[in-house]
Design a protein around this ligand. Structure first.
Ligand code: FES
Length: 115
C-alpha cells in the first residue's frame, strides 16, 4: 500500500483527520505561509502578523479585507451570497475575494493594493 492510500486508510479506519499542508505566497511582501487549511485567509494572515484591513471582524460587512488572487483562484470555493453581495456593492474584480470568507484549500498567491 503506498503512502497516499495508507493515509486515507488510516483516516477511514481511525477517523484521523488528514489535512495536507500547502503554501500561501505573498509575493509583494516576499513571504510564504504554510498552512493546513481549514482557516480563512484573514485569520491565517493575522496569525502570521501580516496586516490585512478589517473593521467588521470577519463578518462580511465592511469589505476591507479584499485580496487579489494572483494564482489559484480556480481552487477556491465559490463565493457565498454574503460575499457576492459585497463584491457587487464594492465593484470587486473577478479575481478579488474577501479574505474573511475565503478558505484556502490549495496553494495560492495573493496580494492587496497596499502591501
Ligand atoms: S473583514 Fe469585513 S468584510 Fe471581511
Amino acid at each position: 500500500m503506498n503512502t497516499y492510500r495508507y493515509v486515507f486508510y488510516l483516516k477511514a479506519v481511525n477517523g484521523i483527520q488528514f489535512m495536507p499542508k500547502f503554501k500561501i505566497h505573498l509575493p509583494r511582501l516576499d513571504k510564504t505561509i504554510e498552512t493546513e487549511g481549514n482557516k480563512t485567509l484573514l485569520s491565517l494572515l493575522h496569525q502570521n502578523d501580516i496586516p490585512l484591513a478589517s473593521s467588521c471582524n470577519g463578518d462580511a460587512v465592511c469589505g476591507w479585507c479584499k485580496v487579489q488572487i494572483i494564482r489559484g483562484l480556480e481552487s477556491l470555493h465559490p463565493p457565498t451570497n454574503r460575499e457576492l453581495h459585497l463584491k457587487k456593492r464594492h465593484l470587486f474584480k473577478d479575481n478579488e475575494r474577501l479574505a474573511c470568507q475565503t478558505q484556502a484549500e490549495q496553494e495560492l498567491s495573493i496580494t492587496t493594493t497596499y502591501w
